[in-house]
Ligand binder design. Sequence first.
Ligand code: ZN
Length: 119
Amino acid sequence: MQCSVCNEKEVIKIYRLDKVKFQCKRGHIWFEDYKDNGGRHKRPYSYEIQLEDILFPSEKEVYKKLLDDIEKNNRFYNSVDPVSKAKSFMKNCNITEKEMLTIFRKIRDFEKIKTNTSH
Ligand SMILES: [Zn+2]
C-alpha cells in the first residue's frame, strides 16, 4: 500500500464505521469505501482501535525496541528520574529524541482516545 499523492510507503489504516481512513507518514489523508458501499474493503470484526493501528511501520519498530528495553531494565526504569530514563531509552534503543517523543505522544493520544470512548 502506498500514498497516491506522494508515494510514501508508510501508511496507517484505521477502520471507521463509515469508511476506511488512510494516512501516510507525510500527513496525506484519504478515505476508501467498504464493500457494502461499493468499495473493496471488508469490514473488520471490531472497530476498536489498538495502539499498533496508529503507529507507522517504522514507529512500530521503535515501539517494540522501547518495550524490550523496558522489560530488560525494568528495575532501573522504576528507580530513575524521567531525564535519565529518556537518555537511556535513546542509547539502548539507538533512537533519536524525536523518534522517542513521537511514540510517547502517540501513546498519550491513544490513551486519551481510550478514556474518552470508554465513558
Ligand atoms: Zn502522502
